[in-house]
Design a protein around this ligand. Sequence first.
Ligand SMILES: [Cu+2]
Length: 131
Amino acid sequence: MAMQITLLILMLAMPLAYGAQHTVGGTNGWTTGQDYATWAAGEKFVVGDTLLFNYDSSHKVDVVSQADYTACNTAKPTTSYQNGPTTVNLTTAGSMYFICPTSGHCAGGMKLEGPCLHSWARQEAVLHIFT
Ligand SMILES: [Cu+2]
């Protein structure tokens, strides 16, 4: 029991330093013909985690607004990455929206909404181990 409590305290003390890395699309990476909504549904994104986009030169990663994500509008990304791999830090809670600006790719499904939870969400998950 004492060991469990020590472990719990350790895990609670360093949730931010212990961010997980999520490889977008798993082994398929950031490419066409994927279902990123399904992939994201199987992940748990928490502040302090990172997203790793693996892609070739035919793709890019644009961070966009929710409206531009929905509309696949590639005109005004807030950040644009190319020449991957690209690591994106999840620094705030809330959703981040990513699209590939290559013509036709977003409309074809190359878009990702990453719903990021507060860091206490991981602490909550840890607590459930003990209850
Ligand atoms: Cu693309």
